[in-house]
Design a protein around this ligand. Structure first.
Ligand SMILES: Cc1cc2nc3c(=O)[nH]c(=O)nc-3n(C[C@H](O)[C@H](O)[C@H](O)COP(=O)(O)OP(=O)(O)OC[C@H]3O[C@@H](n4cnc5c(N)ncnc54)[C@H](O)[C@@H]3O)c2cc1C
Length: 445
């Protein structure tokens, strides 16, 4: 006889970050009973969303939290540019249209947006900033979900899922104990698989062992695996990822935005043999840093070093950890364990070019010198499960599953299989979560 507890609910939502919370709230507001299971303990709830700052929205005119306008066609053009057209365009249009209403919807559900005349965050007509960041958004959405009567379980992991025309059966392991949840519909919003270290090794080789996971350790991709094993169509490439340069001395997980190193255009980046990786000033756009993660991953030992002099240091943003400093280049090389002669030759080459050919570039010469060791920091992988416009999971035979939905990073690869746009992650998650919740409630009713 099995001792497993059996419970019943209209809609089960797996994953308690922005996508799952939007789904749970949207479903509950349609009058069905909702259970949300989050793998993390309460104090770690909210996945990668805890680290987010802003989200991208289409809007025709200024609002309290965004100036000017950013039309849907501009948003789509930006997406087509960064993805080089490799996107599900009808779905992208649907999500972009949904972005136009998502800021007021989040605000109605307790999320506070940064007013334009407050705070120190950069001006952006394309994105709205979250007052208090992603953590504050997560706290607000949990408070709203619970006040509406969504039943929330922490340390509760979706470990198996079966579905058929008459309902779904999920196994949840909660604080070590299995529970069987029967529901009329399920929303899977369990994020990406970037925290599965074994798979990083398989997909990225030795560089995978050195990758720093910038967000939650709970995004192991189990939700995606369950659906793919059950016949869902995978989309994207697990070996394609958003990778940035992060401080090698930061934590393996959850370093968030404070360990990212953005001062690259003010110095030079070398590998451990002292060789420069690329032209640090070739691309100064705000998203240029996403090109550096893959370059660092390709270095020997998947490690590199940003080297600056006092002039460069003055121009970079503050960092969480102080740089390694030294009075001379030889001493800096010794501290970083780089061959001093090779580093000296690289810096001399750079300085010669800077003074002779590129007068706008400043040579590296004002001591003391400073350096940050850099590792590839993984934000998310471009991999997930196919959906239709109502966020139904789509099977390999092209048919949607009527009562199983997917939202957030787990479906983002339908529209984002390469590249990135600032603020896109939260938008895709919130909009797809809201749609999935409404559709799951409809299916359950
Ligand atoms: C450092 C950093 C900064 C970022 N900054 C921004 C930004 O400023 N703007 C932006 O738009 N995007 C940003 N992003 C990306 C953005 O955070 C994500 O795209 C978005 O939050 C994804 O939301 P999600 O709900 O799909 O998944 P996640 O936030 O990753 O959450 C997944 C959730 O599922 C839970 N879970 C996992 N497996 C299971 C399971 N089997 N059972 C139950 N629960 C499970 C996890 O505990 C977690 O709570 C950033 C990401 C990082 C890492």
């Amino acid at each position: 006889m099995s001792l497993e507890t059996v419970t019943r609910v209209d809609v089960l939502v797996a994953g308690g970050a922005v996508a799952g919370l939007c789904a749970a709230i949207a479903a509950r507001r349609r009058g069905v009973s909702v259970r949300l299971v989050e793998a993390a303990p309460r104090e770690m709830r909210g996945g990668n969303t805890r680290h987010a700052r802003n989200f991208r929205i289409a809007h025709d005119g200024p609002a309290r939290y965004v100036p000017d306008g950013y039309r849907e066609d501009e948003f789509l053009a930006d997406l087509l540019r960064v993805t080089e057209g490799d996107t599900d365009e009808p779905l992208a249009r649907c999500l972009i249209r949904g972005s136009a209403g998502i800021a007021p919807w989040l605000a109605d559900n307790g999320v506070v947006l940064q007013a334009l005349d407050r705070g120190v965050l950069p001006y952006s007509r394309r994105t709205a900033f979250l007052a208090g960041g992603g953590k504050a958004m997560i706290n607000a959405l949990y408070a709203t979900a619970e006040s509406l009567g969504v039943s929330v379980s922490y340390e509760a992991e979706l470990t198996s899922l079966r579905f058929g025309p008459y309902g779904c059966t999920a196994e949840i392991v909660r604080a070590g104990a299995p529970e069987c949840v029967n529901s009329k519909a399920v929303v899977v919003a369990t994020g990406g698989h970037q925290a599965d270290l074994r798979r990083l090794r398989t997909d990225f080789g030795e560089a995978g062992d050195r990758m720093v996971v910038r967000g939650t350790p709970y995004a192991t991709g189990h939700g995606i695996d369950l659906l793919v094993d059950a016949g869902a169509m995978p989309v994207g490439d697990p070996r394609s990822a958003h990778l940035v340069a992060v401080d090698a001395r930061g934590p393996r997980f959850d370093g968030g935005i404070v360990t990212r190193i953005t001062g690259i255009p003010y110095g030079i980046v070398v590998d451990r043999t002292g060789r420069r990786l690329a032209d640090e000033r070739a691309d100064m756009r705000r998203t240029h840093y996403a090109q550096w993660g893959p370059r660092i991953a390709a270095c020997p030992g998947a490690i590199a070093y940003l080297i600056l002099d006092q002039d460069g240091l003055r121009r970079t943003s503050p960092t969480a950890l102080s740089p390694v400093t030294a009075p001379t280049l030889a001493e800096l090389a010794r501290r970083l364990e780089i061959d001093p002669a090779a580093l000296d030759a690289t810096v001399q080459d750079f300085n010669r070019a800077a003074t002779e050919r590129e007068p706008a570039t400043r040579p590296i010469k004002i001591a003391p010198l400073a350096a940050w060791p850099l590792l590839p920091g993984l934000t998310f992988t471009h991999f997930g499960v196919a959906v239709d416009l109502r966020m139904h999971v789509v099977l390999r035979n092209g048919r949607p599953i009527e009562n199983v939905f997917i939202a957030g990073t787990a479906m983002a690869a339908n529209v984002l299989r390469r590249g990135y746009l600032a603020g896109l992650g939260v938008t895709l998650a919130a909009v797809s979560g809201r749609i999935a919740g409404e559709e799951a409630a409809r299916a359950a009713a």
